[in-house]
Ligand binder design. Sequence first.
Ligand SMILES: *Cc1c(COP(=O)(O)O)cnc(C)c1O
Length: 851
Amino acid sequence: MPGTRYQLEVNPEIPARLARLDELANNLWYSWDRPTRSLFARLSAGLWRATHHSPKAFLKRMDQKRINEAADDPVFLGTMNRVLSAYDSYHSEPRLELPGKPPLQSTDLIAYFCAEFGFHESLPIYSGGLGILAGDHCKGASDLRLPFIAVGLLYRQGYFHQTIDRDGNQTAHYGDNDFDDMPIEPMRNQDGSDVRVGVDFPGRTVWAKVWRARIGINSLYLLDTDLGENSEADRGIAHQLYGGDRRTRIEQEIVLGVGGVRALNALGLNPTVWHINEGHAAFLVLERIRNLVGQNMSFAAALEAAAANTVFTTHTPVPAGHDHFADDMVMHYFGEFCKATGLDRDGLLNMGRVGGNGGEFNMTALALRGSRFHNGVSRIHGEVSSRICGDLWPQVAAAENPMDYVTNAVHVPTFLATDWYETFDRHLGLGWQHRLTDQSCWNGVQRIPDQIFWSIRQSLKAQLLHLVHSRVRQQHLRNQGSEAHLDRVLRSADPTNPTVLTIGFARRFATYKRAALLFNNLDWLREILSDAQHPVLFIFAGKAHPADEPGRRLIRQIAELSQQREFEGRILLVEGYDLHLARRMVAGVDVWLNNPIYPLEASGTSGMKAAINGAINLSVLDGWWGEGYDGKNGWAIKPAAEGLDPAQRDIDEARTLYELLQDSVIPMYYRNTSLGYSPEWVAMAKQSIASIMPRFNMQRMLTDYAEKFYSPAAEQWRRYSSADFSGARRVADWKARIRAAWPRIGLRRIDQMAARIRYGETLRFEIAVQLDGLTPDDLTVELVFTRPGEPTSARARRYELHHERPLERGEHLFSRELTPDQCGKMEYRVRVFPTHELLTHPFEMGMMLWL
Ligand SMILES: *Cc1c(COP(=O)(O)O)cnc(C)c1O
């Protein structure tokens, strides 16, 4: 076609009465307030879909006539006013006492850094679980009125849209985000110019523009490098989420970490707590150190200060998953940093070393060294992380090292279907939204009549099947399938008769999630799926990273099987997994299937979303399900013993899966259905809500973070930074002294050892400690009692010995009298470790000597 196509967009004039729609469109509050989204959809359902549920894009393209009509429509105005009054009361609710012990102060500010944020499909800067969790974290922080801000990158291309062709090939479609269509606004200086920050790169400055997204009462600041003053290459740094090569990745992480700190500085914000959510943002530690060194501190003191109020959350259960860069690449970008801070090459590279061996600069190691609060994201993952990060505290057993955990959770208003609200109001009592962590409130789910409970479940399933219908239809016709054949494919997914047991599996197609475990034994699966009396429908959805060939192969495999005659209509593969489909799937399926390889699912959150909606989990006991499963609220696949040959492990676990389906899940769903539903099923679904809702919601998670980390970190910051950082300086000097002396510290027992005593007798312990110039206050000497064979853990009984007097040649006597209060065999050991009142964790130096 000849000629140039010029672009033109005509925007409607929003009538004054509807002016506040713009405010609603510019606060991601709409991402968890469904009445707000419905309000937009009501104006024009077609345009709402066409603009991918983006209120801002929607308002710009509204038909003028339609919007004028709405301004004169009392019903619309009434609905809008209800939405606005909910919005206003949310934003003006007084701040309750802040969580934490002692409570956080209103002068505190938590800055949360992450490489991706998933709030809603209208702000596509997320790829999967990490981003959704970060989005939920911000939403929950607003609900709890935490003094909180977040920092991320503004990607021109977020994660891709997915289509799947006839043969199961995934195509990744990248479209440029139009920032004007997104719920963000540029930050402005007083003179009206854009806020920009410069980040030093070798031989040049890369500029980033700072945008803000409003998340309820809080803000997320996003850095955008796509600016005219940057070179073509630098404009592309934040082009694609997890795109490009290693160089792109380190440059993104520098913009996020270093640029993020500068952005907050430029905005006049002074966080008292810094949270690094996954290693990508760990460079913020170096930038903070650089600033502190600029205030006349040594590198060591600056590190102590910066680490004292930094929280680091790791989400990766395998060392290979930790982000790392070649040494030379790190030196290339941080050579100037070394000059500015007086650090040499080894000094810098050691910040990113694991286990003393050279080679790579590990971002997890940097984050751990640069933080004094560290956690994994479930109990199991906490233990795994204690082990894989244990090198940081070489003399401390994993069970006692500073790696803690906070189990992930989900933001309930985002993922709980609106269909539940009225029923919860009636049976749990008004205000249940404010009692999310109250178990007694959720026991009230038992009071919902089975019939009503079931009809809500059916209606949620119908909504899902409706969406599946339209997506599969689109997919099928685009792939040149026939209409007649489509009927066959969709025969079990009938929104008007949602009676078929529907099992969902949706997540990233990473290989450890084993999307194809269900297909491990096709004969067995065929047997299960060929029972016409008890039909089962499996719905699969998810994206594979475009560079992940094994992940893409999984999609092909499922596509292929879903087209085999015996599986057709029983297994559906739905393309385009995103938050919209996720919300519908977790709420609509009967069973949520998750079968990762233990212990690789750090937490997982989709099963929680399913559970709070009354779907029942059928999952490997890994991640959160290791804590969530109570024997009555779902089904558990016990992982095979670790170390088993992977193929055999898959066979064993698939067998458990088939047996559970055949012996429990399917019979229970179809048993005693004379009332139109299975009472046993409803009982389990209710138990799923009642047991999981109070423990896996964001309010619980943020309260944990506040109590375990945010409040103590803010407190440490006050102690370290007051009086010109005298605390940080003191700790740094003390640590240097301890490190120098430690190799010569020694323990020697000098009491009369007794191996058997009578109950009530008192023992006297005497230990000579070689202090090598340290003072007795620098060390703690203690006895650790355990039952025979039991490993030392946080549960062991500990008794501190007291300094009595100096002995000869630098030795000092430590002693204690003890009257054991239990009979039986016991074991005890003697140990010494460095102690200082300013330490954040008693074993943070990783030094411990056993007699
Ligand atoms: C919740 C969610 C995830 C995380 O799923 P898991 O498999 O539990 O880690 C990923 N993507 C989307 C869109 C989600 O909503």
